[in-house]
Design a protein around this ligand. Structure first.
Ligand code: SF4
Length: 431
């Protein structure tokens, strides 16, 4: 934490003023949380704006909240708590706006089984979150003999009717963004990165990696105006990809598709065939300890269903989880912004069972990495969701007092031992 009052790292060497310099560490902590949340909201608002949608309430909040982080503008802790929770509310509205914009432009997603791996021939892999970039790339590559692959957060594109029209969108390659160096190294075609969550490219593939939109990397060519002719030329000049089948993945469980199964799901819960739901997902990263999320998914009993979103799912979504009475045990609602769908599903279940979300047999196990994950976490807190397990570690910018507030109010818990956590969530653990 940088203390703007004494202009050094708060709590660092030479700082003797915490609590008396005017920038108390708890206000600093809340301001940091707010700024991280605003960055996440900005990402979703940016995508919505690219699709022609914006909202004056969202815009006004961005200005107010960012202004509120100025030095000495306010010393009232409770007002910052309010602002932080309001950020969660505004993020929900922004995710809804982006969801509606996606559905309007690309159709409502429906479940899809996606081939993973590569096919023989020239190829382009596209990663990031910007679905308009993907659409433009598909249009510009049609009939050119180039196969297009999604990577990372582009996987959910396969669920949208608009993208299914393109036969040369042949499948998905690889996993999450933190594995780009290895996976792009092994991908012999051209690479297009559309948003944040880019690894600094290695020299071995820098000349065939392109960025566009908000993304950029020194040494890689940046494409402007969605003219992908250079990416296409590079793909045709690169050695063709080899045939390499890597199984299948599922995605496209938009809330409208899942609510279409609502009667079946409710009947299965009432009959005791579905014991519990687990939301396992969020932002992934390279930090050790993230294997927890793989293990926890593996530990989910066969009579339970996993809801997921964002790139954290690549820790386990290559596994076959099977079905319960025809209901898939792994329900991928999409990108991180599609946590909106997971929230709609949870609130619909609560409505069907005439209870609150916290009373449902539903546990949240959330991996966080960056700003969008903070925005989504704030949305869950705004909705009053309790007992969230968060990992691989708790954010460093949360001060001890603010952490105590989060624990006391929302019972947020750091992840622990997978087996113990699972027993605790199932209510089978020892006290
Ligand atoms: S889910 Fe989060 S970490 Fe993963 S690619 Fe999206 S924004 Fe990045």
């Amino acid at each position: 934490m940088f203390c703007y009052q004494c202009e050094q790292t708060a709590g660092g060497q030479g700082c003797t003023k915490i609590g008396v310099c005017g920038k108390d560490p708890d206000i600093q902590s809340l301001q940091d949380i707010l700024v991280f949340g605003l960055k996440g909201i900005a990402a979703y608002a940016y995508h919505a704006r690219e699709l022609g949608k914006s909202d004056s309430e969202v815009n006004a909040f961005m200005h107010e909240a960012l202004f509120a982080t100025l030095t000495n503008v306010d010393f009232d802790l409770s007002r910052y708590v309010e602002l932080v929770l309001k950020a969660g509310q505004v993020n929900l509205k922004t995710m809804e706006m982006l969801n509606n914009a996606h559905v309007e432009k690309f159709g409502a997603p429906t479940p899809a089984i996606v081939s993973a791996g590569t096919k023989a021939g020239p190829g382009i892999v596209i990663t990031g979150h910007d679905l308009i970039d993907l659409l433009e790339l598909l249009k510009q590559t049609e009939g050119k003999g180039i196969n297009i692959y999604t990577h990372g957060e582009m996987l959910p594109a396969h669920g949208y009717p608009e993208f299914r029209k393109y036969k040369h969108l042949v499948g998905h390659y690889g996993t999450a963004w933190q594995n780009q160096k290895k996976e792009f190294d092994e991908f012999s075609g051209a690479i297009l990165v559309t948003t944040n969550c880019i690894q600094l490219p290695k020299d071995s593939y820098k000349d065939r990696l392109f960025t566009c939109g908000i993304a950029g990397a020194a040494g890689a060519e940046h494409i402007k105006g969605r003219d992908f002719s250079k990416v296409i030329a590079k793909a045709l000049a690169c050695p063709p990809l080899k045939e390499n089948k890597a199984g299948t993945l599922s995605t496209g469980f938009h809330y409208t598709a899942v609510l279409g199964l609502a009667d079946k799901v409710i009947a299965a819960v009432k009959a005791g065939k579905i014991r519990r739901f687990f939301f396992i997902g969020g932002c992934d990263g390279a930090k050790p300890g993230r294997n927890y999320f793989t293990r926890i998914a593996e530990l989910v009993p066969k009579d339970c269903v996993i809801l997921t979103a964002a790139c954290g799912k690549f820790r386990f979504n290559y596994q076959d989880f099977g079905t319960i009475d025809g209901i898939p045990r792994l329900i991928d609602t999409g990108q991180c912004n599609d946590c909106y769908s997971a929230i709609k599903i949870a609130t619909a279940l609560a409505g069907a069972f005439n209870c609150g979300v916290n009373d449902l047999p539903l546990s949240f196990v959330v991996s966080w990495y960056e700003q969008k994950a903070v925005a989504i976490l704030l949305t869950l807190l705004h909705l009053g969701v309790k007992n969230i397990r968060l990992g691989p570690s708790l954010p460093a910018f949360v001060s001890p007092n603010i952490l105590k507030f989060l624990v006391d109010t929302y019972n947020i818990k750091p992840i622990g031992e997978p087996e113990k956590d699972m027993a605790d969530m199932l209510g089978t653990g020892t006290k």
